[in-house]
Design a protein around this ligand. Structure first.
Ligand code: G
Ligand code: G
Ligand code: MN
Ligand code: NA
Length: 257
């Protein structure tokens, strides 16, 4: 059986799930956003990593229906939280390059935002640096169309692709997500620490927020907090969680105010 067939079956049998990883405020105390991350739990209980099946889904075209499922599920979850009074949370969703280039994307987003009564700014779309830079002129036009809907935009895995700063400054985006490979060795590798520092300065001079990814230790958190990172994401704070676990977290956070 081809993987394509099993991806079609997986969608039909509801084998995909979303987990949500919190993004913390600069001081590390509050959850201000979550990133939706897809999981495939097969009928036999085994888990398949998106790193393995997303590239296959991109090749066989299944990424469009899967990507639509992700957007719908993420907004449905957000709607559920908002109905419980948890209205200050942003939902970030990863886009594949085929979704980004799909002419139907703005209409799909508009429809889903209306269906779940979500203010557009509560949705953030993550586009990787390599996707964005593979055809930057086209990306600028598409990002402007998405921006016109009012959604937030971020560049994911920043620092790992071939970036053109000339184009970066033309992208109508809200934030950069510094790739976790730079965060990982902050303590051991002074070049990586310097890259983190320079990227925060650059992001801020472009009026962008900087999200540090892959924060795993207190020392990394301290370093990044002192740099003035705007948002922090990583296992040190939270792993990707179920919707129910995030809800509990948000409710307890709200009770503290
Ligand atoms: O969550 P995890 O580390 O297993 O994710 C592995 C990779 O899969 C990451 O690069 C992540 O961006 C990507 N990924 C996770 N969920 C989605 C999704 O819903 N859509 C797309 N296109 N990529 C995703
Ligand atoms: O490419 P993208 O940034 O979308 O991928 C997010 C992936 O990073 C998810 O699969 C998530 O599980 C993983 N991730 C999140 N936080 C950490 C972390 O602190 N350390 C590591 N190694 N991976 C992380
Ligand atoms: Mn991401
Ligand atoms: Na990333």
């Amino acid at each position: 059986l081809s993987v394509e067939t099993s991806l079609i079956d997986a969608l039909r049998r509801n084998e995909f799930q979303l987990h949500y990883q919190p993004q913390m405020s600069a001081d590390g105390t509050r959850v201000v956003a979550v990133e939706a991350l897809i999981r495939w739990r097969r009928a036999d209980g085994s888990m398949v990593s998106p790193a393995d099946f997303i590239p296959v889904a991109e090749e066989c075209g299944m990424i469009l229906p899967i990507g639509e499922w992700v957007l719908r599920q993420a907004l449905k979850t957000l709607h559920g939280w908002r109905c419980k009074g948890l209205r200050d949370i942003r939902m970030a969703v990863n886009l594949s390059v085929l979704q980004l280039r799909d002419v139907g994307l703005p209409a799909l987003l508009k429809r889903l935002l209306a269906e779940f009564d979500i203010p557009p700014e509560a949705l953030e779309l993550e586009v990787t640096e390599s996707m964005a830079m593979s055809d930057p002129e086209k990306t600028i036009a598409i990002l402007h169309d998405l921006r016109a809907l009012g959604v937030s935009l971020s560049i994911d895995d920043f620092g790992t692709g071939y970036s053109s700063l000339a184009y970066l400054k033309l992208f109508p985006i809200d934030r950069l997500k510094l790739d976790r490979t730079f965060v990982r060795d902050i303590e051991a590798d002074s070049a990586d620490a310097d890259i983190c520092t320079a990227t925060v300065v650059m992001a801020h001079s472009l009026k962008l927020q900087l999200v540090a990814e892959g924060v795993e230790t207190c020392a990394q958190f301290d370093f990044l907090r002192k740099l003035g990172c705007d948002l922090l994401q990583g296992y040190y704070f939270h792993r990707p969680l179920s919707a129910a676990a995030v809800e509990t977290l948000l409710l307890s956070q709200q009770a503290q105010i």
